[in-house]
Design a protein around this ligand. Structure first.
Ligand code: 2NL
Length: 344
């Protein structure tokens, strides 16, 4: 019986050593230490032994059982530790690896320019006003002193839905609507950025949809010198502090007198170059003193109130500022173009 126990012990310990996982260990436990296992069997057979042998074999059987049990437990802990370590090794990450670069977008250059113009005018006390892109004939033309027979009202030049409804051809109707809301009491000091639409064939300098920013200031005693000071401050804020402006006489139906506003050429500093076509000046906007009829139609007493107004094309400003040669770049959305306007 001693030999039998010794043999069982060696077999069991060998199997424990060989076990690759917890399941195999469990099988060893059942096979050797279970109720129907060989050690239990040995203990049952002890009745046949002599009184002297019985306690010795009993003790040995208990020792063998305890040894197998503790070998299984030790191996179990070792397997569990190995499993955790394998998992850790497999899931380890190299925190020193560089990150995967994220592709970032950029503001559209027209959005950037609108925001820069807004910043310049907000700093001068203007507010931003917006309005509908589908307009009535009244606000788009009538309220701006554009008579029924004016060439700008030609069906060929605008996108009409009906006789009375069209896509706005400028942002002036937003200004007319805003003035009306003030019910004849100034000051009104706003800029109106937005999309406008004209039936034109697209080419390098024309687009049937483009952006405009108009502005006006209505109050008592607003003069041409106020217009000049505000537009000079804007030009220096938007193009740079070394720029100057000049006014040339012009005509718009909604202003009297009317002017074209030139800014000194930033490329040559006024010497003359390809950008300014050798004049030293670049035309950037139109402006004037609001026509008394326009003030009256929007509810202001033109004997008490006066105001100036101006309008500029956003694409033209962006093309000048960023040296872009074709207006169609703004609307074809080639990422190679757009990605150049990322802010770092
Ligand atoms: C240009 C010229 C201009 C205005 C727009 C305006 C609006 C109201 C009353 C009077 Cl409600 N005037 N707007 C005035 C002068 C010029 O735009 O060349 N734009 C691109």
């Amino acid at each position: 019986m001693r030999e039998r126990l010794q043999e069982l012990k060696e077999q069991a310990l060998a199997q424990v050593t060989e076990a690759q996982d917890v399941k195999a260990l469990q099988e060893v436990r059942v096979a050797y230490l279970g109720k129907k296992g060989p050690i239990t069997e040995v203990l049952r057979g002890m009745g046949k032994l002599s009184a002297e042998e019985r306690p010795l074999i009993g003790q040995m059987a208990n020792e063998v059982r305890d040894e197998i049990k503790s070998a299984i437990e030790t191996k179990e802990v070792a397997l569990e530790t190995a499993a955790v370590e394998a998992k850790l090794a497999k899931e380890s990450i190299d925190v020193t690896l560089p990150g995967r670069p994220q592709k970032t977008g950029a503001r559209h250059p027209l959005t950037a320019v609108v925001e820069e113009v807004e910043d310049a005018f907000l700093g001068l006390g203007f507010s931003v006003a917006e309005g509908p892109e589908v307009e009535t004939d009244y606000y788009n033309f009538e309220a701006l002193n554009l008579p029924k027979d004016h060439p700008a009202r030609d069906m060929q030049d605008s996108f009409y839905f009906t006789d009375e409804l069209l896509l706005r051809t400028h942002t002036s109707p937003v200004q007319a609507r805003t003035m009306e809301k003030f019910e004849g009491r100034g000051p009104v000091k706003i800029i109106c950025p937005g999309k406008v639409f004209r039936r034109d064939d697209d080419d390098a300098t024309h687009s049937h949809q483009f952006m405009q920013i108009e502005g006006l200031f209505v109050d008592k005693n607003v003069r041409m010198s106020d217009l000049k000071g505000v537009l000079e401050a804007f030009a220096q804020s938007f193009f740079g502090p070394d720029r100057s402006i000049r006014l040339r006489p012009s005509f718009f139906p909604f202003t009297e007198p009317s002017v074209e506003v030139d800014v000194s050429c930033g490329m040559c500093g006024g010497e003359g170059c390809r950008v300014c076509k050798n004049t030293g000046w670049i035309e950037v906007l139109g402006a004037g003193m609001i026509h008394p009829k326009v003030l009256e139609m929007s509810g202001f007493d033109s004997k008490e109130y006066s105001g100036f107004a101006f309008g500029m094309g956003v694409e033209r400003l962006a093309m000048l500022k960023y040296d872009i040669d074709d207006i169609r770049h703004f609307y074809t959305n080639d990422v190679r173009f757009l990605a150049q306007f990322k802010r770092v």
